[in-house]
Every structure is written in structure tokens, then in C-alpha cells.
Design a protein around this ligand. Structure first.
Ligand SMILES: [Zn+2]
Length: 289
């Protein structure tokens, strides 16, 4: 009978919300968070994703605060002491879109997004992009970041990585998770410097790279074997038996991150050696528990 009255009250609530839904006859229960605690738990945030905005401070601010794209943090290029937090870390920002990394998709759910004010490709080289053809721009086509931005990023990412216990290899660029759609944060983003100077993100050891710089080994590696190395590190890549456009997009994204002055978008010995060196150092080191 009590159940029927509750159902009736609920039905009335749903059909006539103006009646209000607080019943004076129902007991009020309290949530007790102190008496018992579980040990099996972890952070929801597993990735930090870096972007550039393609625009100046004003345009970037407008887009990220009034439109349907957003990021948790915005790094302007003002030489001041500000890092702007636009979305609370406990909420989703809309920055990642379709794609994936390290076996995970829907990365808006599990990442902190950081947008950096930067023009991306220099205006005189943008034509190919405007035509809807994603070109493989060389290093020189990208716009430099300001020194103050690097310092702001270093401090912000250091703190986030520590707080959420994020694996170095899961601090990635937008291009790493969406290689056929995105090229940001671009070739001028200083991944190597952030690693060596601030201990941020992943980078290969030079001696490991030299270990894998063996032409005969590279020559005998099949395309499916090399694609498997990309997957092992975290990249999503198709299983076609050739280096089609989508596969080359992955090579280019990888080079943007780990070999930015050597942007061939083709598989070669050096790219292969860096990929193998990274897998030797980091394979399986995603902190996904
Ligand atoms: Zn982006």
C-alpha cells in the first residue's frame, strides 16, 4: 500500500511538477561518507590534451567562452601571471571530439583540455587547409609559441599530471588522438623541451633510438608489423596492408610529436627507430586503474 502511495506521488510529480516533489511523510535519509571507505578507486582523468586555438587572444576567448567548443584551461599570450580556467576540472569540456588513444575513446570524458593561443599555420601557407585538403605542412609553416606560454604550460601540466597521476605517454596533442582531423598543437609545440626541462610527457632515449636505427631490420619489417608498433604505443591506425592516406595521417601526427623537424608523413628508418624506442621505454605504462 505504501508503495502504491509512493508511486502515485511520483506519478503526480511527473505529470504535475507544479505540485512539488517533496513529500512531508517520507523519511529524510542522509548520505554517510565517513563511516565506510572503499579502496578500489581511481581518478576519472586519464589524459591531458594540448591544443592551439588558431586565433589571437580576443578571438580565442570569444570562441571558448560563448560557443559550443571549450577547454578547461586557456593560455593567452599575454606576458602576465594568468592561466584561465574556463571549465571546472570536475566537468567535461568540449575539446577532443572523435578519436582515441591508448585503447580509449570519447576522451572528453577522461581528459583535461588545454587551449593555447597560437595561429597554427602561417597565413601564407593556409590555402591547402582552406580547400579542405589536409596538407602535410613542414616545420617552418608553423607559428612559434611565446616563451611565457611555455612557462605557463609547464607549471599547469606539471601540477595536473601530479594531481591525477597521469602517465607521461598520456599527455598528448589533439593530433595524436585525431590524426586525420587535427594537426594541433603543431610542430612548434616543444614536447622535447617540456620533457627534458620540466619532466613533462614522454620522450625516447637517444641510445634506444640508435639501437633501432638498423636499416636491414627496418627493411624486413612488414607494414602490419609497423602498424602494430603504433597501436602498441597508443595510436589508432587501420589494418590496411599499405600506407594509405589515413595511415600516413598517423605517421604525420607521430612525427609532429616526436620528430617535428622531419615531417615526411612517410614511414622511414628514423621514424621507425623512434617508435620502437618509445615502446621500449613506455609500452603498457598507461595509468588506467
Ligand atoms: Zn585541438
Amino acid at each position: 500500500m505504501a508503495k502504491n502511495i509512493t508511486s502515485l506521488a511520483l506519478a503526480l510529480c511527473l505529470t504535475m511538477p507544479m505540485l512539488g516533489c517533496v513529500s512531508t511523510t517520507e523519511p529524510r535519509y542522509v548520505i554517510d561518507s565517513d563511516t565506510y571507505q572503499a579502496t578500489g578507486k581511481s581518478e576519472r582523468i586519464k589524459f591531458i590534451i594540448l591544443h592551439y586555438t588558431v586565433g589571437d587572444n580576443e578571438k580565442s576567448l570569444k570562441q571558448l567562452t560563448t560557443g559550443n567548443v571549450s577547454a578547461h584551461y586557456l593560455i593567452l599570450n599575454d606576458d602576465d601571471n594568468k592561466i584561465y580556467n574556463l571549465v571546472p576540472e570536475s566537468e567535461r569540456a568540449w575539446h577532443a571530439g572523435n578519436g582515441g588513444f591508448a585503447g580509449r575513446t570519447i576522451l572528453n570524458d577522461t581528459s583535461i583540455g588545454i587551449e593555447i593561443v597560437n595561429d597554427g599555420i602561417k597565413p601564407e601557407y593556409r590555402k591547402a587547409l582552406k580547400a579542405g585538403v589536409q596538407d602535410y605542412h613542414p616545420y617552418e609553416h608553423y607559428v612559434d609559441f611565446e616563451e611565457v606560454q611555455i612557462k605557463k604550460i609547464a607549471q599547469l601540466v606539471q601540477g595536473l599530471a601530479l594531481r591525477y597521476k597521469i602517465s607521461p605517454k598520456d599527455i598528448i596533442g589533439h593530433s595524436d588522438m585525431a590524426p586525420s582531423r587535427k594537426i594541433d598543437p603543431g610542430a612548434k609545440f616543444p614536447w622535447q623541451r617540456l620533457h627534458t626541462q620540466y619532466g613533462i610527457g614522454a620522450w625516447y632515449d637517444e641510445e634506444d633510438k640508435q639501437l633501432f636505427m638498423k636499416q636491414d631490420e627496418f627493411d624486413t619489417a612488414t607494414i602490419p608489423e609497423i602498424k602494430q608498433e603504433f597501436r602498441k604505443y597508443g595510436y589508432r591506425i587501420n589494418d590496411s596492408d599499405d600506407w594509405d592516406k589515413a595511415s600516413r595521417d598517423v605517421i604525420y601526427a607521430f612525427q609532429l610529436h616526436f620528430s617535428p623537424q622531419h615531417l615526411t608523413a612517410t614511414m622511414d628508418l628514423e621514424t621507425y627507430a623512434i617508435l620502437k624506442a618509445l615502446n621500449k621505454k613506455y609500452a603498457g605504462e598507461d595509468n588506467f586503474y
